[in-house]
Design a protein. Structure first.
Lengths: 118, 118
């Protein structure tokens, strides 16, 4: 179990907080290329294993990775749905803003046409 | 100026850290519906104005919002490019993972066909 203490924060909050750390983003990048054991993931980092495992726990709590035991190793996989949820949250704010801008532009164009009709 | 101290962290890190807070996400949601003055943005929050302005500074440093002075007010706008950058970071990890899975699936299908040809 990589999971840390129970966390009552909304999952999207945990996802953003988890991605606000360079070690954790590097783990996500590594796992995007395929599953990896904890020790293989930890190898590039000059970090004590317990600290590294804590980072993995944060990623697992945030739903960004899942892990399973295979023999004597723990293998981690990316869980793309948490990435997709966070992407959708951001895209939805952005699209709302963009569609408002489109309506504003249409309104200005309409007003301009009406004026030139005078 | 809402900006806080200079921050040497990569912008993507600041974007994720900025979005890991419920007040700041609520500001982004509010601004997705249109520009708003600082005092109008602050109104729904039971928070001292200096603390609220600090949240806006974090959002501005992360490139998520821009602000301008209009008479005696400061008006904030959403800056969709920071959202788009963070979305693209996540989508790129997710797509790499998904395309690897597609290749794996194709490989299994091919192996299965070759076996049944035996």
């Amino acid at each position: 179990m990589l999971r840390s203490m129970p966390n009552k924060k909304p999952l999207i909050e945990q996802t953003f907080a988890a991605l606000a750390d360079p070690t954790r983003r590097a783990v996500i990048r590594a796992l995007s290329e395929g599953d990896a054991t904890v020790s293989r993931l930890a190898a590039p980092f000059d970090m004590a294993l317990p600290s590294f495992t804590q980072h993995l726990g944060v990623l697992e709590d945030a739903g960004l990775i899942v892990s399973r035991r295979e023999g004597r190793s723990r293998v981690c996989s990316l869980n793309p749905s948490a990435l997709r949820n966070a992407e959708e949250w951001m895209a939805s704010q952005r699209r709302q803003w963009e569609s408002r801008l489109d309506r504003l532009e249409a309104h200005i164009a309409k007003t301009r046409t009406e004026k030139s009709d005078d």
